[in-house]
Design a binder for this molecule. Structure first.
Ligand SMILES: NCc1[nH]cc(CCC(=O)O)c1CC(=O)O
Length: 309
């Protein structure tokens, strides 16, 4: 057995596997390495196993990451590939996010069973999602809809839609693209009115702090503008303590040296909404995110955050 193999840990869903393969391909290209140098190790997480409850109800942070982080810490894998939006803001001691790949499309899409857009759904139609953010954003635009739970990976959700369990659903365009399935999208949502989850569309690599082999290896595929956007978004989320029960949305965009951020918190029924926007320098990304997190907390008031946690 080769001892210099690079073991890449990932969840087993088709999307997670596609993301791990993408990281492997980028590392191969950046370092002129053959595929045999890498081993993809599939790890099942609580988020993959618990499919009968909404994520917010399961509650625990790191639902999609904990088992993978344990494998990193005990050396079964050397690096982990995650969707940034599934990552808690605080990592276990000894681990760090060592690289972000260039971000894919950040937007959500609406997929209708027989209509082309959210606004064309019949009054009171059923929309399936298990995301509290999507539920709140949808109810804000269409308070008449009946939002029901829809868990499972992308394929499962599309199958449920086909079977008529709901008339529509919402998914991340990034995930559909990585699966080569963007054609199923009916309507691409405007991030100003329908902001994504913090971190949406960005694949990140987690590894052991101070790993002298993996650190420099993954640094070669790090995308700095995405890193700044994510530093801002994760600082915003961290300030709000990322309670899974509070619908939070937001997006940072870097252009050249400049960074713009727009964040939103909502009640689960979408009736109360607080928004914040600002811009600054990309090098101040984390500071901007943290200060806007504090500002929106102030704006919404403590009662807002305490009412359903
Ligand atoms: N928790 C599921 C999850 N995690 C990341 C993505 C999409 C890919 C991405 O945001 O990078 C998805 C599926 C979805 O929300 O449609």
């Amino acid at each position: 057995m080769q001892t210099d193999m690079v073991k890449i840990g990932t969840r087993g869903s088709a999307l997670a596997m596609a993301q791990a393969a993408e990281v492997r391909a980028r590392l191969m290209a950046a370092h002129g390495l053959p595929e045999e140098k890498f081993e993809i190790v599939v790890i099942s997480t609580a988020g993959d196993r618990i499919l009968d409850r909404p994520l917010a109800q399961v509650g625990g942070k790191g639902l999609f990451t904990k088992e993978i982080e344990e494998a990193l810490l005990d050396g079964r894998i050397d690096l982990a590939v995650h969707s940034s939006k599934d990552m808690p803001t605080v990592l276990p001691d000894g681990l760090e996010i060592s690289a972000f790949l260039e971000r894919e499309d950040v937007r959500d899409v609406f997929i209708g069973r027989s209509v082309a857009s959210l606004e064309h759904l019949a009054h009171g139609a059923k929309l399936g999602t298990s995301s509290l953010r999507r539920q709140a954003l949808v109810l804000r635009l269409r308070p008449d809809l009946e939002v029901g739970m829809f868990r499972g990976n992308v394929q499962t959700r599309l199958r449920k839609l086909e079977e008529g369990v709901a008339e529509g659903t919402l998914l991340a365009l990034a995930g559909l693209k990585r699966l080569g399935m963007e054609h199923v999208a009916s309507e691409v949502m405007d991030p100003a009115r329908f902001p994504p989850a913090l971190g949406q569309g960005a694949i990140c690599i987690e590894s052991r702090i101070g790993d002298a082999r993996i650190g420099p290896m993954v640094a070669a595929i790090h995308h700095a503008p995405t890193g700044a956007e994510l530093a801002c978004e994760r600082a915003f989320l961290g300030t709000l303590d990322g309670s899974c029960r509070t619908p939070i949305a937001g997006l940072a965009r870097v252009e050249g040296d400049a960074l713009r951020f727009h964040g939103m918190v909502l009640t689960p029924d979408g009736r109360e909404v607080h928004e914040i926007s600002d811009e600054g320098k990309a090098i101040d990304a984390a500071r901007i995110g943290a200060s806007l997190g504090a500002a929106i907390r102030e704006k919404a008031g403590t009662r807002f955050f305490e009412s359903w946690t």
